[in-house]
Design a protein around this ligand. Structure first.
Ligand SMILES: [Zn+2]
Length: 90
């Protein structure tokens, strides 16, 4: 049974894992890779527990996801500055 349904746009691209991630209640991250998405996979697994999330996406989300995975952009909720970046006062 799926824990939640998540839109691909709401998932965060993780550069280290090279996967789209979503917070799991156990403290780890649900993960699904770009390869899996392109294969039509829609279940993201958590490596630390048995929960899964259903990932909802269509052609548009898949395209945006691909751009994000290529550019390394974390997505709309990514408030963390890149490693080594300095805060710049505007
Ligand atoms: Zn978990």
């Amino acid at each position: 049974m799926a824990y939640e349904e998540v839109n691909l746009d709401d998932m965060k691209w993780d550069l280290e894992l090279e996967a789209f991630t979503y917070e799991c209640p156990c403290g780890d991250l649900f993960q699904i890779t770009m390869d899996e998405l392109e294969d039509g996979e829609e279940i993201a697994n958590c490596p630390s527990c048995s929960l899964i999330v259903l990932v909802e996406y269509g052609d548009e989300e898949l395209m945006r996801a691909k751009v994000r995975s290529l550019t390394g952009e974390g997505g709309p909720d990514d408030s963390m500055p890149p490693a080594g970046a300095k805060a710049i006062a505007t």
